[in-house]
Ligand binder design. Structure first.
Ligand code: ADP
Ligand code: ZN
Ligand code: MG
Length: 484
């Protein structure tokens, strides 16, 4: 049997967070009434002229710098011609033979080693509108709010070797764009979309196999699943002696299969030619230098700093920096209370769970999160100072989530403060021993397992507030066989 390896190259469309569209002044806001954000330019009326939004170019340069691309000082706009109802001009303004950025790279973690995925290019283009099909199939509607929204198309070389690597590449790329504040990365709303090209070849071969292009995946999970399915389908076809077609296939989320949509179209089908309405894009070094100077710390750098500055394991640093808002949250808390590892545990455990439950993970929403980072830090400090037990902290956390109040306030109101003063613990221990003489003598005759029971009784008497460590110590001392 032939062993196959899979070869994957990804094309990402990232919507840029500019306020207005790329060639007109219309708003880019998502979710407005259909066709509200339109004008003669983005509706494609004849005779109108596009005017380039400078911010779009600035954002593209930010992305290029962060992914180590070469930035062309001279690039050009191209018309990509095709007919579709959501494309009123009959062509999309894009870049073709002279894109703005080339030859970049993104590093990903592949089984513990660093792996480089090369970028073929990043170019700027405009988005199309949206067709909305009636569920009964009677008619279709066209919404042009999205027509003319600026996009970056980020094209990788076929360097990715598994669906898992594809997922990691996309997460890294999305984090970079979010850190740069040029794309919100929301996959459900379509502001971060990925077409996945995949082929297989016998292990050890250097030539590329026939690829299929997969579309219609709107989550990281869907992308990995679609790739897994498609790789198996290709292997199955070849090992039966069948042939693969170069084609575009759609992922069917409900049935978890890919289906052939159309045979591959080629560049010449689009009749690309330079857009006569737009001047070539000429960029000077000074502007690039200015943008470079304004770049924020990027996820990779921040990850390394988290390990050195806070002494966090790489695993923690990786997770915490995978989103800029989460990393900011962690740092705010860690500046207030120095037990960084404990704070990291709470963020990676309980915080991430809540983000998932409340479906905040597709958006940058953590700033609106009900527990302020200051409060989380105060809570961890209260545990470290033994003011509350670790167990009580779990309850307190839920309460903080509901109320948004500082932990000290909640603990005071609920009288949850942990009892650490020896006098009252001793009193409770004495009470428990007097009440359970039977278990005491069992313990003294060698059955040490009843200790747990007695600890439980003391905790009950103190309404769960006694410091369990102290309870244990005092109990053991009292239970020691009498000297006589
Ligand atoms: P096309 O002619 O279909 O536009 P490109 O060469 O421009 O193809 O590549 C488009 C994407 O497909 C890139 O991300 C590239 O890495 C990827 N790709 C190209 N050939 C293959 C292949 N044989 N297997 C997997 N991915 C591929
Ligand atoms: Zn417009
Ligand atoms: Mg191509």
């Amino acid at each position: 049997m032939v062993e196959y390896e899979s070869v994957i190259g990804l094309e990402v469309h990232a919507q840029l967070l500019t306020e207005s569209k790329i060639f007109c002044g219309c708003s880019t806001r998502f979710g407005d009434e259909p066709n509200q954000n339109t004008c003669p330019v983005c509706m494609g009326l004849p005779g109108v002229l596009p005017v380039l939004n400078k911010k779009v170019v600035e954002f593209a340069i930010r992305a290029a710098l962060a992914t180590h691309c070469e930035i062309a000082r001279y690039s050009r706009w191209a018309r990509k011609n095709y007919f579709y109802p959501d494309l009123p001009k009959g062509y999309q303004i894009s870049q073709y033979e002279l894109p703005l950025c080339r030859n970049g790279k993104i590093d990903i973690d592949a089984n513990g080693t660093k792996k480089r995925v090369r970028l073929n290019r990043i170019h700027i283009e405009e988005d199309a509108g949206k067709n909305i099909h009636d569920v009964r199939g009677d008619y279709s509607l066209v919404d042009l709010n999205r027509a003319g929204v600026p996009l970056l198309e980020i094209v990788s070389e076929p360097d990715i070797r598994s669906p898992g690597e594809a997922g990691r590449y996309l997460k890294n790329l999305r984090a970079i764009l979010q850190y740069l504040e040029i794309c919100n990365g929301n996959m459900e709303e379509g502001s971060f979309r990925c077409d996945a090209n995949v082929s297989i070849r016998p292990e050890g071969s250097n030539t590329l196999g026939i690829k299929t292009e997969l579309k219609n995946m709107n989550s990281f999970k869907a992308i990995e699943k679609a790739l897994e399915y498609e790789i198996q389908r290709q292997i199955h076809t070849l090992s039966k002696g069948g042939k693969l077609n170069q084609e575009t296939r759609l992922w069917d989320t409900d049935h978890e299969v890919t289906r052939s949509m159309r045979s591959k179209e080629y560049a010449h089908d689009y009749r690309y030619f330079p857009d006569p309405d737009l001047l070539p894009l000429v960029i000077d070094d000074k502007w690039i230098e200015e943008i470079k100077a304004s770049l924020p710390e990027l996820p990779g750098q921040r990850k390394e700093r988290f390990t050195s500055e806070y002494g966090l394991p790489l695993y923690d640093a990786e997770l915490l920096t995978s989103r800029r808002d989460v990393a900011d949250y962690f740092e705010t808390a860690a500046k207030i209370h120095s037990n960084s590892k404990a704070i990291s545990n709470w963020v990676m455990g309980d915080l991430f769970r809540v983000i998932k439950e409340r479906k905040l993970d597709e958006q940058l929403c953590i700033t609106r999160w009900p527990i302020a980072p200051e409060h989380l830090a105060q809570m961890v400090r209260m545990i470290d100072e033994e003011k509350i037990s670790g167990k009580m902290a779990k309850t307190l956390f839920e309460e903080m989530l509901e109320r948004g109040e500082p932990p000290a306030e909640i603990v005071r109101k609920k009288a949850w403060e942990q009892v650490t003063d020896l006098g009252s613990i001793e009193k409770a221990v004495d009470q428990a021993l007097a009440k359970h003489a039977q278990q005491v003598s069992e313990y003294r005759s060698g059955n040490e397992r009843v200790l747990g029971f007695l600890v439980g009784q003391v905790m009950k008497l103190t309404e769960g507030k006694a410091n369990p460590k102290k309870v244990n110590e005092i109990l053991q001392k009292r239970l020691e066989p009498k000297a006589e």
